[in-house]
Ligand binder design. Structure first.
Ligand code: MBD
Ligand code: FE
Length: 270
């Protein structure tokens, strides 16, 4: 099965999802429409411009790029509000490319990859703890990433299903080790409506290279986060505005060029 950008599997991973009340829907929808009307008036939108916007919105739907559009240009604000009071590790956006149900591996884990997988070998080690300091054995570090061409398995042709995706189970001390390859920066797919918006505005189409994680343990709050790499391109110009200084790592390079870095995940109480 090949997933598409319109699959809802990622959003359904969000825990405790409940239908917003009529009061909340009315508040959001009313305020959103009022804000849009204000923009139209403030910028004297013409009928030609309205027609172009309308066609573009229709194109986002038919292309299946709504998950991409929303997670690139909207989710970071939702994440900032949701995690305002977090004590543990900083969170980051989930994005559109998470897939549940990946292979489960004990630590140290060799992340599933092609025999000839391109890219610099990268080892990430660390500990999963509660914000009270307790090590969390048996925690799940669900990891996914782009390959050295910036492509995600199941969302780009030619990458085998499950590639660079797995769930790592921490040992009794909460430790994990993940052996993988360094990802490349991600580019918004060319020729789709998101790319058309980027071209029409002159914005950058890139995300800096990053690793994605969903870290979970019983009785703890789910941590959705990303890790970035110091010195990489686009750190200051992430199209998805998801970089936080606490999430930028400085891997050490060994003589053979392979990279290693340590990062601890600290989970808030549930
Ligand atoms: C990505 O790789 C990503 O992580 C997000 C949030 C949006 C688009 C592509
Ligand atoms: Fe990503």
């Amino acid at each position: 099965m090949t997933a598409t950008l319109s699959d809802t599997s990622a959003s359904s991973a969000t825990p405790n999802s409940t239908r917003p009340s009529q009061e909340r829907v009315s508040a959001f929808a009313g305020a959103a429409l009022a804000a849009l009307r204000e923009v139209i008036v403030a910028h004297d939108m013409t009928y030609d411009e309205y027609a172009a916007v309308k066609q573009w919105l229709i194109d986002v739907g038919t292309s299946g790029e709504w998950p991409l559009f929303l997670d690139v240009w909207i989710e970071s604000t939702v994440e900032a509000v949701a995690h305002r009071n977090r004590e543990g590790s900083k969170g980051a956006i989930l994005g559109p490319f998470y897939l549940p149900g990946q292979v489960e591996l004990a630590t140290p884990a060799s992340v599933p990859r092609r025999p000839d997988e391109a890219g610099t070998p990268l080892v990430v080690t660390g500990q999963v703890r509660g914000s009270d300091g307790s090590p969390l054995g048996g925690a799940v570090v669900d990891a996914w990433q782009a390959d050295a061409a910036g492509l995600y398995a199941s969302f780009a042709p030619g990458v085998p299903e499950g590639n660079l995706r797995c769930r790592i189970i921490t040992d009794a001390e909460g430790r994990y080790e993940m052996r993988t390859v360094a990802p490349a920066p991600y580019r918004i797919p060319e020729n789709g409506p998101c790319d058309a918006l980027i071209n029409a505005t002159g914005w950058s189409p890139f995300r800096p290279a990053h690793l994605h994680f969903l870290v979970s343990a019983p009785g703890r709050s789910l941590l959705t986060t990303q890790l970035f790499f110091e010195g990489g391109e686009y750190l200051d110009n992430d199209v998805a505005t998801a970089v936080k200084p606490e999430l930028v790592l400085s891997p050490a390079a060994a003589d053979d060029g392979s990279l290693s870095v340590s990062y601890d995940f600290v989970l808030d109480p549930a």
